[in-house]
Design a protein around this ligand. Structure first.
Ligand code: SF4
Length: 340
């Protein structure tokens, strides 16, 4: 079968089975590039189900690119809190400011200009131009890679066959309905050609797929296993004489930059007193590292200048990573002895 016939089969399937999502445009409505931008940034490495409530809240608070551009870092991080990969929140704000300051509030449509915006890697650039401006693009993410590998029987490890995947994806991408095709292939990957137990009987490409009926279908695409490093340490819940808790802001660079946190380390800082280790742990898996921190209670009359004390009720005003939000559950107040 010709590739463009396969493309049409998928578009027909999408017209009947496409998901109804809050950022989708149906019935010929003109896409709002800002809505596409926010949703695509949120959807990177995060599931649709997780994103929907965040997206809804975010757009209620920041309905236009101008509203977002005038927000503070902390406020955007607060609305992002729980989505992870916080560098995306920073990039979102930075790009909104660029759009307002340099492009007079209108997103550019030229690929080389879009690719320079913060947060726009090759995937984001292609998906944004396809969805927001209906430009023919080859959009490749994990869904597309999985579908191409299965459709064309590519069983080698993913990192060895990227050029082939791109070649196949390019031949199937629609030149006439790029936005619908980009949404369609995402929906096929999310609802039919899923990583586990793909529903091949519902697939518009079943008759033409090299992997249909294979017993090892869940092993396609093949991946090399990468072991995650482990980090074991302590996280300190530190009280002062007023029953306030010590927090600090992470530096503006590196993992989780700009978020607030309780001090954590593999050793106890020397400015603490009444140190008492609990039996509770918090854990979280980041991209390349498994963190496991034991909760330790302590007091301090004074604290270093890199942080400050706040009332427990004020903690929700400070954006924190998912790991640090888990620590909040273990807060109990043991007031430090006052030295005043
Ligand atoms: S037939 Fe099955 S494996 Fe092939 S593309 Fe469709 S859902 Fe995926």
């Amino acid at each position: 079968m010709e590739n463009q016939q396969l493309t049409q089969l998928l578009l027909d399937w999408f017209a009947q089975n496409g998901r109804d999502l809050p950022w989708r445009y149906k019935g010929g409505a003109h896409p709002n590039p800002y809505i596409v931008f926010v949703s695509e940034m949120m959807l990177q490495q995060t599931t649709v189900k997780t994103v929907i409530p965040y997206f809804t809240r975010f757009i209620q608070r920041f309905p236009t690119v101008q509203d977002l551009a005038s927000a503070t870092d902390d406020e955007v991080a607060k609305y992002w809190q729980g989505l992870g990969y916080y560098s995306r929140a920073r990039a979102l704000l930075h790009t909104a400011q660029t759009i307002c300051q340099i492009y007079d509030g209108h997103f550019p449509q030229i690929e080389s200009e879009v690719a320079k915006l913060k947060g726009f890697g090759p995937y984001m650039t292609a998906s944004f131009l396809a969805l927001a401006f209906n430009q023919p693009q080859t959009v490749i993410d994990g869904n597309v890679m999985r579908i191409m590998c299965r459709m064309f029987g590519l069983t080698q490890p993913l990192d060895e066959i990227q050029p082939k995947i791109r070649q196949y994806a390019a031949t199937l991408a629609s030149k006439t309905h790029p936005a619908d095709y980009a949404s369609a292939i995402m929906d096929l990957g999310a609802t039919v050609c899923t990583p586990k137990k793909p529903l091949c009987v519902l697939c518009p490409w079943q008759k033409y797929c090299a992997s249909n009926g294979r017993a090892d279908i869940e092993q396609i695409p093949a991946r090399r296993s990468v072991s995650k490093k482990e980090y074991n340490g302590f996280v300190f819940i530190i009280c002062n004489a007023k029953g306030q808790i010590y927090i600090r802001k992470r530096s503006e660079k590196g993992l989780l930059h700009g978020l607030y946190e309780f001090p954590w380390n593999t050793a106890t800082p020397d400015w603490l007193s009444d140190v008492s280790a609990s039996e509770n742990y918090v854990t979280h898996v980041f991209t390349h590292i498994k963190m496991k921190l034991q909760i330790v209670y302590a007091s301090a009359a004074k604290a270093p200048n890199d942080g400050f004390f706040v009332l427990p009720t004020q903690l929700t005003d400070y954006p924190m990573s998912t790991l640090m939000q888990k620590v909040c559950r273990y807060i109990k107040i043991t007031k430090a002895r006052s030295t005043e």
